[in-house]
Write a protein that binds this ligand. Structure first.
Ligand code: NOJ
Length: 533
């Protein structure tokens, strides 16, 4: 048994605006009404992306009030009811905390703009007379001008000014925010861009501006991984430890090399940090093994916990990633090409199912992104005028943006809004349009089909709960050939994933616990994972 619940937990990411609706957008009441879906799936916790008051310049990651619920989603009472009802089903609730920046509508930023250069109000943010060469992660410069000519820093959208983390008001604001949600029963926090809060004194230029948005950087820019972060997360850990029940933190840190993640995993600060490196991985045994090996070793060495991630609201859905030419995935600009290349959805779906069984058998915790349990592909055909992601315009529309994985979930029926519903003006549809053809992917359709992706996820999570080898622990690699990824977990569990083009012989086993697709006698077909006893 693992020490803390979160070391083995399967956590389901809810993007509230698109999970389940009262109208064109999702609501907390809609989520409460659909908790049965999550209980049926068998997840341990949900993580909710921001539902705080926000002008939605970046889907809610531009927070105007850290201690409230945006009226479009409901009220604080709805949130309380959600925590209680989820808890009754054995599901914990993790919320997002966004400490690098706020919304330009945050009262403190409005005060800063209204105050003169050099004023105390401006010191809570990063105002300068001249910008440096940093670029925004969404494209374009990381600086915008106030009406009086001073520049303020925003590593993301211009509507997301960065905080000055060396200001005590900022430290105190986030301590209050942590306590506010802990008092309301949250099980922990997912920390947005957790490696960027502090900027190196003097704000030196970066050596190589112009990196692709959202792709991992060297980890050594003057706005990443500053030493003060470790102290800050230690102080947050003390706050969390003041509450009963193993509250957790899971940090969003895109790291390339383990050395950039390791300092955070000492145990007295962050509880967990994500490994996102499986997401840009091409469908190839060696590529998957290299990432898994590196992170697993890092977790063992540090005693830390590194949840596995195959999808989230920032990355094209895995059905689509695995359904395109895998040479394109190897290019750092892969996302830019989406929408212009052929997608083999059937192939991508087979691989996504195989990848899911691989993820769920790895040692440690796993985060699932809403809709991946339905095998949804990326919606690539959203008209330009309906796109909402600020990256689309900030990159001069070169980058298609992240809307295609944020489309409202299909619950039932043969046509949009697939039971979401679409609100008072059905002609407008859901806030992001859903594509035609998702009838067979709805929850209702998949519940009726024992071969569906939803059924596979349910069986995998049930098996994971029942099998003592799964969850936190160790793995032992088996070398079965270059196209096969295989490992054993004691007692008595073996996984084999076939990344190759042809069928492969299964190793000796007593029983097949689960397979991501049909087996061919004693052969494991291409793009298939099997769990063996
Ligand atoms: C990471 C979040 O996941 C993403 O959606 C957001 O745009 C940026 N951080 C900025 O907050």
């Amino acid at each position: 048994m693992s020490r803390e619940w979160w070391r083995s937990a399967v956590v389901y990411q809810v993007y509230p605006r698109s999970f389940a609706g009262g109208g064109r957008e999702g609501t907390l009441a809609g989520l409460r009404a659909r908790l049965g879906h999550l209980a049926g799936l068998g997840v341990d916790a949900v993580w909710l992306t921001p539902f705080y008051p926000s002008p939605l310049a970046d889907g809610g990651y531009d927070v105007a009030d850290h201690c409230g619920v945006d009226p479009r989603y409901g009220t604080l009472d709805d949130f309380g009811a959600l925590v209680a009802e989820a808890g009754a089903l054995g599901i914990r609730v993790i919320v997002d905390i966004v400490p690098n920046h706020c919304s330009a509508e945050h009262p403190w930023f409005r005060q800063a703009l209204a105050a003169p250069p050099g004023s105390p109000e401006r010191e809570r943010f990063v105002f300068r007379d001249r910008p440096n060469n940093w670029i925004s992660k969404f494209g374009g410069p990381a600086w915008s001008q106030a009406p009086d000519g001073q520049w303020y820093l925003h590593l993301f959208d211009a509507a997301q000014p960065d905080w000055n983390w060396r200001h005590p008001d900022v430290v105190a604001l986030f301590e209050r925010t942590l306590r506010f949600w802990l008092d309301r029963g949250v099980a922990g926090f997912r920390i947005d861009v957790a490696n960027m809060l502090f900027k190196q004194e003097g704000l030196p230029d970066v050596a190589a501006p112009g990196l692709t948005p959202l792709r991992p950087e060297a980890g050594a820019t003057p706005y990443e991984n500053q030493p003060e972060l470790l102290e800050l997360y230690r102080s947050w850990r003390k706050i969390l430890d003041g509450y009963p029940g193993d509250r957790t933190t899971v940090a969003e840190i895109w790291f390339d090399a383990a050395e950039h993640a390791e300092p955070y995993l000492g145990g007295d600060g962050l509880a967990q940090l994500f490994d996102f490196r499986l997401m840009p991985c091409p469908w190839e045994a060696a590529a998957f093994r290299a990432v898994i090996d590196d992170s697993h070793r890092l977790a063992r060495r540090s005693g830390g916990s590194i949840p596995w991630v195959l999808g989230n609201h920032d990355v094209p859905r895995m059905v689509t990633r695995f359904g395109i030419d895998q040479d394109l995935v190897r290019q750092p600009t892969a996302e830019v090409l989406l929408g212009q290349v052929e997608v083999d959805v059937a192939l991508g779906t087979r691989r996504a199912r195989a990848a899911a069984l691989l993820q769920l058998a790895l040692p440690g915790s796993a985060y699932l992104y809403q809709g991946d349990e339905l095998g949804l592909p990326e919606h690539l055909a959203i008209p330009a005028e309906r796109r909402q992601d600020p990256m689309f315009e900030r990159t001069g529309r070169a980058f298609i943006g992240r809307d295609g994985c944020r489309v409202p979930l299909p619950w039932s029926g043969e046509a949009p809004p697939y039971g979401f519903p679409a609100g008072d003006s059905p002609e407008l549809g859901t806030w992001l349009p859903q594509p035609p053809g998702w009838g067979p992917l709805t929850v209702a359709a998949q519940e009726a089909d024992p071969g569906s992706t939803l059924a596979l996820y349910r069986r995998a999570l049930a098996e994971r709960r029942a099998h003592p080898a799964l969850g936190d622990g160790d793995l032992e690699w088996l070398d079965l050939g270059p196209d096969l990824l295989a490992f054993r977990r004691e007692p008595g569990f073996t996984l084999v994933t076939n990344f190759g083009p042809g069928a492969a012989e299964l190793p000796a086993h007593e029983a097949v616990l689960l397979a991501s697709g049909p087996l061919d006698g004693s052969l494991l077909p291409a793009d298939t994972t099997v769990w063996l006893r």
